[in-house]
Design a protein around this ligand. Structure first.
Ligand code: ATP
Length: 520
């Protein structure tokens, strides 16, 4: 039963990937040259969805919060920044190779997957019992008393404790030993013939300037946050910002990921949306809770269901953090991190003070003293968010009469095309009328004109790209200036006056609908 669900989910994921390609959402990069590992291009639909997600995030930060402002810093930065931030010395992943298949894995991910499997095993026992006992089933009691569940749980907890300790001690031998002790096999070769675990730095580097005048080794930024930290005083002074305040940024980041699988979940070039919130020392945990709640609400407002999200507190706190959690989303391949929320103390600004020799302090008029602010960060991957939105929206439906349709039930505010404008037939003046409507509406929201194929086929195409509304222009339109609006999710149809069309669609697709729910 369980394996069946997994196989089905894998199947759905495969279909989603090919759907993305077929309908212009995501293409493999450099495809005519057989692609480039873990690099992807966004197509004509993808770029619109991506821009809409960016806008939802940006507006929720910068528009809704008077004390959050944005910047756009360069990708290239002074190399010492990455010394100060710790990335040169410690931005590593523990990697391990299988000697048989020659495949490379992240040792920590192998163990995390193993732990997730143990959890699934326990859940399966519980589900089995729930079916057996019916309504009288007391899940909590069962989990606490059933010998088999307890045995699994104890073993899982032991491995988990060893894993957390090994990570914290950066004990690579112990990581390997856990893999050996848990009998974790390579999914490709099926063998347990593993190499040692080694550290691997994830930063890409390149050279700036010609060698004759001394080229400088520089890095492609692995996160956008450092661009915010080094501009902290510029923004604070020129914007006359008072603590607490935040700086938001959206931009590309680069990581030479060891294991680059799962489509746009783990890419080597990706985009981050980060906000660093500067607070007085001692206030950081209060703000950490504040942003945790706000960020979860931002996700849940999209309406995919609260059960699809959960918090996952970190096993290993970075040495500078005093609190950290992830927001995980239920992808077709399990719950996975989409966003991180971290209380980073004064580590970053203090490090940049040390390495640059410049003061990065704030004079607090209320306390009448200067200090290095503490930072609470919210950091979300745009591409992962994109994947979560698509995974949650993708549906295959069987209609009455046995016909099937594939649709993306995207939140209307995020949909690439808001309204499709469809003349019923390609004659009798209907195309001209449809064009005239489009010329009016195109200033308000994105419309797509389509006159090719039967109306049924055109509806299916719009369903597949996630267009929430179609307006069909027929002979009656020429008589009484009304059109049929067809709703994507219910497939219901309604006749409305052309005069009301602009306002009706604008209201239903406005980003304001989402933003108002978060600012309550
Ligand atoms: P992971 O553990 O999955 O490697 P991380 O904890 O290293 O992620 P952070 O450094 O906290 O990730 O980065 C913040 C966010 O950036 C992540 O929550 C994720 O959404 C996104 N992100 C990080 N690495 C990648 C990647 N290689 N491809 C796409 N998105 C990424």
């Amino acid at each position: 039963m369980h394996f069946l669900i997994m196989a089905q989910q894998e199947e759905v994921f495969k279909k989603l990937v090919s759907h993305c390609k077929e309908y212009g959402y995501v293409f493999p990069s450099s495809e005519i040259y057989d692609g480039l590992g873990a690099v992807y291009d966004y197509g004509q639909m993808g770029v619109e969805l991506k821009n809409n997600i960016k806008k939802y995030w940006w507006d929720s930060m910068v528009l809704l919060n008077e004390n959050v402002v944005g910047i756009d810093s360069a990708i290239f930065m002074h190399p010492t920044i990455w010394k100060a931030s710790g990335h040169v010395d410690a931005f590593n992943d523990p990697l391990i190779d299988n000697k048989e298949s020659k495949k490379r894995y992240r040792a920590d991910v192998l163990i995390e997957d193993y732990l997730a499997k143990q959890d699934e095993k326990i859940d399966k026992e519980v589900q089995k019992a729930a079916r057996r006992f019916g309504e009288t089933f007391d899940e909590e009691m069962y989990r606490q008393t059933n010998p088999r569940v307890l045995e699994y749980q104890q073993k899982r907890d032991e491995v988990h404790a060893r894993f957390a300790k090994a990570l914290n001690d950066e004990n690579l031998d112990e990581l390997r030993q856990i893999i050996v002790d848990c009998e974790i096999a390579c999914p490709i070769s099926g063998t347990r013939n593993w190499t040692e675990v080694r550290q691997f730095n994830l930063m890409f580097s390149t050279e700036m300037g010609s060698t004759s005048d001394g080229a400088m080794k520089i890095y492609l930024r692995p996160e956008t946050a450092q661009g915010i930290f080094v501009n902290f005083l510029n923004v604070q002074k020129t914007g006359r910002m008072k603590i607490p305040f935040g700086i938001a940024q959206i931009g590309k980041a680069f990581r030479n990921e060891i294991v680059a699988r799962q489509f746009i979940f783990r890419m080597r070039e990706f985009e981050q949306m980060e906000m660093q919130f500067f607070v007085a020392p001692g206030e950081e945990l209060k703000w950490f809770e504040h942003w945790k709640a706000i960020r979860m609400r931002w996700h849940q407002t999209l309406g995919f269901g609260a059960h699809k999200y959960r918090f996952h507190d970190h096993d290993k706190l970075a040495h500078y953090a005093n609190a950290a959690t992830d927001i995980e989303f239920e992808m077709p391949f399990g719950f996975k991190e989409v966003e991180g929320i971290h209380s980073r103390t004064d580590f970053d600004l203090s490090q940049h003070e040390k390495f640059s020799g410049k003061k990065l302090q704030y004079f607090d008029p209320e306390l009448n003293k200067s200090y290095v602010p503490f930072v609470v960060e919210t950091s979300i991957g745009l591409d992962r968010m994109f994947l979560s939105v698509l995974a949650a929206s993708y549906r295959e439906e069987t209609l009455e009469g046995g016909e099937t349709r594939v649709l993306l039930n995207l939140p209307p505010a995020l949909a690439p095309v808001k309204l499709a404008i469809l003349p019923l037939v390609k004659k009798d003046g209907l195309p001209e009328k449809a064009r005239a409507i489009m010329d009016e509406l195109k200033f308000s929201f994105s419309c797509q004109y389509d006159e090719k194929d039967s109306i049924g086929k055109r509806y299916r195409r719009q369903d597949a790209i996630g267009t929430p509304f179609c307006a069909t222009i027929d002979h009656q339109t020429l008589e009484d200036n009304t059109v049929t609006i067809r709703y994507r999710d219910t497939m219901e149809q309604e006749r409305v006056s052309i005069d009301a069309l602009q306002q009706t669609i604008a209201e239903k697709t406005d980003m304001k609908n989402l933003l108002k729910q978060i600012s309550i």
